[in-house]
Design a protein around this ligand. Sequence first.
Ligand code: MN
Length: 227
Amino acid sequence: MSYVFPPAAQVVVHVAGLTAVFPVRRVYCVGRNYADHAAEMGADSREPPFFFSKPADALVPGGGDVAYPPMTSNLQHEVELVVALGKGGSNIPADQALECVFGYAVGFDLTRRDLQSRAKDKGHPWDMGKGFDQGGPIGEILPVENVGHPLKGAIWLKVNGELRQSGDLAQMSWKVAEVIANLSSYVCLAPGDLIFTGTPAGVSTVVRGDVLEGGVAGLGELKIRLV
Ligand code: MN
């Protein structure tokens, strides 16, 4: 088979301790999955989880310099635990869902909050608020065989050295297993899928030149600079 032009390169994320890399298929995100962040967004945290997507090629594996995106004057950070799937399926029971996890990483769900807010007000899709180029920096994936399944532990983000987000994975309204189970009732999940699992409170506006550092206990740190 020949292509009419060269196909885009496979997006990959490094895996700690391995030379083999993680080939990304889809990138899903959970909205409002920490009660305190749901409250700061003016929402009820007890609603069922809901999902949106980022294009796989919006990822910035390893962080580093990230271009400040166009069409916004309110770019915000959301530090998140990212689940990397090594197996998939449909209608996965919650008590089997963790068997699908290959590993975990730290990710930033960068958000053009002004565009997202306008979309919410009008009942429009969130894509242009969430799915823009370089909108998903992600650190290296740590395999489950090395780190287990982090159910609790600090999740934090600093801007220019100042702590802005500080939470705990235990505050997640919907746990990783429940997120996988629920999402798999809507779509068939597959190896290579990533799930950004939501952010704790403290999201704030960032500007060109800002340095963002975030981490999850046991999973290392991710650092970007907006340029
Ligand atoms: Mn998010």
